[in-house]
Design a binder for this molecule. Structure first.
Ligand code: 13P
Length: 250
């Protein structure tokens, strides 16, 4: 049985005092859950959230990292730096980074390898645009993104990768993929992993859905056969609302 993993992606939101207050509140609301709870905070909030999350069941992740260990890369943060302060997860290849910061399947693959080198668990985002969906090439796009992202990883590393299927047209738009649609796309991703790495690996990989997940649609999405939780943007900014998503099965 795969665990449900529910991660909040705060994107570029929350000042340290707001982050601390949020973790304090959320930790109380989710303390009894069996589901895995992750908050992916901006770099400037990481240390504060890590301190506040100590002794709770909330894990902390970053939203990006560079693939080099160190060097002349002004403004960048390495996996080694994240690891050093106690970060456990890192989102890689979010569609906003692919779209606005020129991330490619190649840099995504390099970052995933660098994450594993530093014992960080990557949450790797894949998903089609509206245009690609309308052209009927969703399956090809998500299969290719998955294959290129995982290229060269060991079977154990693939088992430890979290994939987030986030159809770009559903992000921040209030449009959610139907649970059936999302589940089908996630099955396509799982099959691609099976074809390359074998059934045992594919059966273990956590694959989340992301795109306008709210407390009112979480249950329907997460109770499907292949959706193993969610990567939540807007609805993760409010502790009460996010806790209801985490506690969807209560
Ligand atoms: P929303 O939940 O705001 O649609 O964002 C989804 C997302 O991009 C999470 O990474």
């Amino acid at each position: 049985m795969r665990k449900k993993v529910i991660a909040g992606n705060w994107k570029m939101n929350k000042l340290p005092n707001e982050a601390i207050e949020f973790i304090e509140k959320l930790s109380e609301l989710v303390k009894d859950t069996q589901n895995e709870v992750i908050i992916c905070a901006p770099y400037t909030d990481l240390f504060y959230t890590l301190m506040q999350a100590q002794g709770t069941n909330i894990k902390i992740g970053a939203q990006n990292m560079h693939f080099e260990e160190s060097g002349a890369y002004t403004g960048e943060v390495s996996g080694e730096m994240l690891k050093a302060i106690g970060v456990e997860y890192v989102i890689i290849g979010h569609s906003e980074r692919r779209q606005y910061f020129s991330e490619t399947d190649e840099t995504v693959n390099k970052k995933i390898k660098a994450a594993f080198k530093n014992e960080l668990k990557p949450i790797v985002c894949v998903g089609e645009t509206l245009e690609q969906r309308e052209q009927g090439i969703t399956e090809d796009i998500i299969k290719t993104q998955t294959k290129l992202a995982l290229d060269g990883l060991s079977r154990t590393q693939v088992k430890n990768t979290i994939i987030a299927y986030e159809p770009i047209w559903a992000i921040g738009t209030g449009k959610t993929a139907t649970s059936e649609d999302a589940n089908n796309s996630i099955k396509v991703i799982r099959k691609e992993i099976e074809d390359i790495y074998g059934k045992d690996v594919a059966e273990e990989v956590i694959i989340q859905y992301g795109g306008s997940v709210k407390s009112k649609n979480a249950r329907e999405l997460f109770e499907t056969s292949d959706i193993d939780g969610g990567l939540v943007g807007g609805a993760s900014l409010d502790a009460e609302e996010f806790s209801k998503i985490v506690n969807y099965n209560k």
